[in-house]
Design a protein around this ligand. Structure first.
Ligand code: ADP
Ligand code: ZN
Ligand code: ZN
Length: 825
């Protein structure tokens, strides 16, 4: 640099930054002069917040308007080279914040992978699988890596001390990207990275190729070992790392050969961590030829898309909707657009993933819950670099798409699209429609059982409709029998929970070599222990719910908080030994069925048996390959599964489905029963469905029985209209929580007053919810019903949020927690 430095006067520059916190508004920082040329939308910056804390925040605006009334702090450094998000993403975030009444910080927290949200509290560890040599690290990286070999973990503050610079986040970002370090939470989760068996040259050969001759000398007596070394040297020229498989493929060697070479000190065998996003290694296949119904559906969808942004594909179970999606996806790819394929629960959909991967191979990336933080970032970057197809659950909406052309929302009716906790409590289907609008993309909602909201939009002509009323291959819809359990009881034919009809049908199916699925909705009527003398029953100490008995673990468990305790020998209230099991869940069904069908191979699929993703895939696989005759399960067995050989489907208690104290009970019951029925007789032969019920008079049962969606939807819409429920009004549910019930009551009274002053009779509550205490917190609910008028809704939301602030500012109430849930499910 020359002697003279010139100061070019510049106007002060400011950035608005979102922090991953629930703070209501973005924060404004000023930009030190030397950083001004670098700041731009979408970059992360390192900033101080409060006295001590530092975060990586996201720039959403660069401007010259000094905020009035307070001095701004400077940004400390810039973390990224290129923007992390695009303008459309911010628009989606803004919409979500406005619609669901939450903050941009909460949304950013949900949207960004953990590795992209560094904060003072972030703890770093050395990656246990980093196999590189420290020698190749940059100086600062070396210092950190070395420190991490001495002590297991470092906080970001400690990193700052070690390298003694003002800004550290860019360095940490680089080290995370190179996988030298991990966020501690990954290690804590006992995350098991995917690794492949690899081989490399041992020292001194690795660093000094001239000595390779000596290595060959050691191998002269074995031709296969010599070949393996030659193969290695050749492969090394083409690949970054060499898998043992690569060598086995090239020469006639197996693991014993490589082990022998390891002993001789020529090779080193090691496991290398690879990305789970990694390549699809099998060959892809052509999609099957279209049926006439499918071609028609595709043509009709395309015609509708010319005028409409959203189309409902209402295809009965087994109609072959997947093949229709495939075609529309392919056409979008040909136009150079990206496609998002949303599923309600990614863990439950290995079948779909497999099918799509067979067709689209590497073009498809799956965003699933088992990705670790590094892989999430990789996924993020893959989408940023225009990955053509993303398959994922609702959170995949947050990926940085640049050019979406089509969003498929499969099983659009599914309640798992709605996020319950934490905020943002958004509905993935609805947010998908907004995201599509931002990209000018089309949305295809697919289901056999449309939600009432969606169908209402079809009737109002807001959405287009494509129907596929026939099953693929001309298979008839299953025959449905409703069994009256009162009758069975009278005739003394009911054995435990099984009607004579169901047992006979199951026996028949087994004799014909067919399989069966039994559905038992466990919620609400799980098996609990009661005292037959005094009526005592085991309740959770933290929540207002009965504990469920899990025979396998011999434990009573709370399904809300996970609390568990051993089954007492005597009643804790009266000392009686007459404790009896009441109610029934899947585990009990599985057990009892074994008594009536002793030779059948019975398995169970529910939350308890599929804790690991692997277990779930295993059960599906066993069932596909007929190692299981009867599969007993919860909702999980209703979801999109496609088996060839299911002759019988049984619903053990339709009553349980219909008795929920919720305006959606009928809708849900209808959907569940139709979906589970849909698992019967899909490929070759008509199936049979047996629905057991005490109350056979319910109209919903009749509608399921007659496969009559039009009657169902008309009746349901009429009732919703009469009783003012969605889609005719909007609902907002507000839940106040506190550990002290009296304090909660007082806070709720104040909140009620604030709400009612502004909103009058629209406000219902405070009311004690169905479950009134969870994890030690007492709960009180408010429900607001609103006309569907944008202005009034806006006003109501503002009132809801402002009143929370006001209530919390009142003395003693600052600790009252409040959840706002717009469009609760
Ligand atoms: P849905 O999702 O509508 O319930 P699927 O897409 O699972 O139906 O299709 C039902 C069954 O029909 C699957 O086993 C699928 O492989 C088969 N199928 C669908 N379309 C075709 C086609 N065009 N050619 C051959 N098989 C098909
Ligand atoms: Zn008792
Ligand atoms: Zn509990």
């Amino acid at each position: 640099m020359s002697e003279a430095t010139y100061h070019i006067p510049v106007t002060e520059t400011f950035v608005n930054v979102i922090l991953p916190l629930a703070t209501p508004k973005p924060y404004t920082y000023h930009v030190p002069e030397e950083l001004i040329p670098e700041v731009k939308f979408g970059l992360r910056v390192e900033v101080q917040f409060g006295k001590q804390k530092r975060y990586s925040g996201l720039i959403i605006e660069v401007h010259q308007n000094a905020p009035e009334g307070h001095r701004t702090k400077p940004i400390i450094g810039i973390v990224d080279d290129a923007p992390l998000i695009n303008e459309r993403q911010l628009k989606l975030w803004n919409w979500l914040a406005g619609y669901y009444g939450c903050t941009l910080g909460e949304i950013m927290h949900a949207a960004l992978p953990a590795n992209l949200k560094l904060a003072s509290e972030t703890i770093l560890s050395l990656s246990p699988l980093y196999d590189g040599d420290f020698v190749h690290l940059e100086d600062k990286e070396y210092l950190i890596a070395e420190a991490l070999t001495i002590q297991d973990e470092l906080s970001i503050e400690e990193v700052r001390d070690i390298i003694g610079t003002k800004t550290v986040y860019p360095l940490i970002r680089a080290m995370l990207e190179k996988r030298i370090i991990y966020l501690k939470e990954d290690i804590k989760e006992k995350y098991k990275p995917k690794s492949v068996a690899c081989v490399k040259l041992a020292e001194p050969y690795a660093s000094d190729r001239k000595q390779l001759n000596a290595a060959f000398d050691k191998l002269t007596r074995s031709e296969r070992q010599t070949e393996a070394l030659m193969a290695y040297i050749q492969l090394e020229k083409q690949q970054d790392y060499i898998r043992r498989q690569d060598i086995y493929k090239k020469v006639n060697a197996d693991s014993s050969v490589l082990k022998a070479m390891e002993k001789k000190g020529v090779f080193e065998l090691y496991d290398r961590e690879v990305s789970r996003l990694g390549s699809y290694e099998e060959e892809t296949v052509d999609a099957a030829e279209l049926s006439e119904q499918q071609s028609d559906a595709i043509e009709r969808s395309k015609t509708l898309f010319e005028k409409q942004d959203v189309v409902l594909l209402h295809g009965v179970t087994g109609s072959g909707k997947t093949r229709v999606y495939v075609e529309l996806i392919r056409e979008a790819l040909e136009r150079g657009e990206q496609v998002l394929y949303l599923l309600p629960e990614i863990a439950l959909t290995t079948q779909i993933t497999d099918r799509l991967q067979q067709i689209f191979g590497d073009d498809i990336a799956v965003y699933h819950s088992r990705l670790n933080n590094n892989e999430r970032v990789e996924m993020w970057n893959a989408v940023l670099q225009d990955k053509p197809i993303v398959l994922g659950a609702r959170s995949a909406l947050f990926l940085p798409f640049s050019n979406l052309g089509l969003i498929v929302v499969d099983e659009e009716h599914d309640r798992s699209y709605k996020q319950h906790d934490p905020s943002p409590r958004y509905n993935g289907r609805d947010a998908a429609i907004v995201l599509a609008q931002l990209h000018g993309a089309k949305v295809l909602l697919g289901t056999a059982t449309p939600s009432v909201e969606t169908y209402h939009n079809v009737l109002k002509k807001k959405y287009g409709l494509v129907a596929m009323p026939e099953r693929f291959g001309g298979i008839q819809m299953p025959e449905i029998l409703v069994v009256d359990l009162k009758n069975e009881q009278k005739k003394r034919q009911l054995q435990s929970h099984f009607s004579s009809v169901l047992i006979a049908e199951l026996k028949g199916a087994l004799e014909r070599g067919e399989q069966a699925i039994l559905f038992q909705n466990r919620r609400g009527f799980s098996p609990t222990y009661r005292c037959s003398t005094c009526g005592w029953h085991a309740e959770c100490v933290h929540c207002d719910v009965s504990l469920t008995y899990h025979k396998y673990f011999k434990q009573l468990k709370c399904h809300y908080c996970g609390y568990q305790t051993a089954l007492p020998k005597n009643c804790p209230a009266c000392g009686s030994t007459g404790l009896i099991l009441k109610g029934f869940g899947t585990e009990k069904i599985e057990d009892e069925l074994k008594i009536y069908l002793p030779t059948a191979k019975i398995a169970r699929m529910d939350f308890d048996t599929v804790r690991s993703k692997h277990a779930h895939a295993q059960i599906i696989n066993d069932f596909e390959e007929k190692r299981i005759d009867i599969l007993v399960g919860t909702q999980m067995v209703t979801k999109g599964l496609d088996f060839e050989n299911v002759g019988i489907v049984g619903v053990l208690s339709a009553d349980q489905l219909l008795q929920f104290p919720d305006f959606r009970a009928s809708e849900r019951a209808f959907q569940l029963m139709v979906q589970v029925s849909g698992r019967a007789g899909r490929k070759h032969k008509r199936g049979k469905v047996i629905i057991q019920a005490f109350n056979t008079a319910s109209p919903v049962l009749k509608e399921v029985f007659q496969n009559d969606f039009p009657t169902f939807i008309n009746r349901e819409l009429r009732e919703r209209n009469d009783f003012l429920y969605p889609p005719f009004v909007r609902l907002i549910r507000i839940t106040l929580k506190h550990k002290k019930p009296e304090l909660l009551n007082d806070a709720a009274k104040l909140y009620a007053k604030l709400l009612k002053t502004a909103l009058g009779s629209w406000v219902i509550g405070p009311a004690v919810p169905y479950i009134s205490r969870v994890r030690g917190y007492y709960l009180l609910d408010f429900l607001i019903k609103l006309e569907r008028d944008a202005k009034k809704i806006r006003f109501a939301k503002d009132t809801v949020l402002n009143s929370i602030d006001e209530m919390q500012r009142a003395e003693g109430f600052s600790g009252v927690r409040v959840n706002v849930d717009v469009d609760p499910f």
